[in-house]
Design a binder for this molecule. Structure first.
Ligand SMILES: CC(C)(COP(=O)(O)OP(=O)(O)OC[C@H]1O[C@@H](n2cnc3c(N)ncnc32)[C@H](O)[C@@H]1OP(=O)(O)O)[C@@H](O)C(=O)NCCC(=O)NCCS
Length: 214
């Protein structure tokens, strides 16, 4: 079953949202940000709209890995990744915004976004970098090398442009990035309480950096 790395097109957006839900739908931060079945149903549409916008965004490359034995072609994507390009602060670039469903827990979502932004600022300052914002492989097609192909795309671009590559990883995926040449830079941790519950939880990820000159 041969795999090929391609740039996503608009016809891939629905499949990207499907893979996103299949890979992050049980993630603790996802469940905290989107706490009800109704909002989790609606967020799939938000993910598809954001994928459509990112595919058109000149400062983002959305990659998909296709399995050429699958038909039709617009459902042949088994894996996706979004690489945000290096942007200087004086370029005035604004990322296409997310449009969240009404029941989203914006407090938790914004607290986590703030933590990740602060961590990146501490590690890289304002250095423009390639940033892997989301990546997932359909669980039925994992461990076949798809995600490695998409991460190596970013490493290659990082080397060509001599700009670091940066990402936040779930704890489960951390060994995968180490294996590909990334270095763990910081642990990111957020204490949160899901609305309507009084039991606090802690969510952790690890930020990783790839420095092309090292
Ligand atoms: C992490 C993820 C994207 C990897 O996708 P993939 O296409 O299966 O990755 P690859 O086939 O390129 O795997 C390369 C290596 O990573 C490691 N790896 C990948 N998935 C793993 C898993 N579930 N458990 C342990 N190691 C794993 C292995 O070392 C693997 O090499 P091997 O199969 O030769 O042992 C996929 O497991 C996923 O979608 N996870 C859920 C979402 C997520 O955590 N995304 C990344 C964080 S932002």
């Amino acid at each position: 079953m041969p795999l090929s790395l391609t740039i996503a097109d608009q016809a891939d957006a629905a499949r990207i949202a499907e893979i996103h839900m299949a890979t992050f739908g049980s993630n603790a931060m996802f469940l905290a940000q989107f706490p009800t079945p109704a909002v989790r149903n609606d967020v799939k549409h938000s993910i598809e709209l954001k994928a459509l916008a990112d595919i058109e965004d000149p400062k983002t490359t959305v990659l998909v890995v296709r399995d050429s034995s699958l038909e039709p072609q617009n459902s042949s994507a088994i894996s996706f990744a979004k690489w945000a390009h290096p942007v200087r602060s004086d370029e005035g670039y604004v990322e296409p915004p997310w449009v969240w469903p009404v029941e989203t827990d914006l407090d938790i979502l914004n607290d986590w976004a703030k933590k990740t932004e602060e961590t990146q600022l501490r590690i890289l300052g304002n250095t423009p970098c390639y940033r892997l914002t989301f990546m997932g492989t359909d669980p039925a097609y994992q461990r076949r090398g798809a995600a490695s192909m998409m991460v190596r795309w970013g490493i290659e671009r990082s080397r060509i442009d001599q700009a670091p590559a940066y990402l936040e990883s779930t704890l489960e995926a951390a060994p995968f990035y180490t294996k590909l040449g990334f270095t763990a830079a910081a642990k990111i941790s957020l204490e949160y309480t899901i609305h309507g519950s009084d039991t606090p939880g802690t969510y952790e990820e690890v930020s990783f950096i790839y420095e092309p000159s090292k």
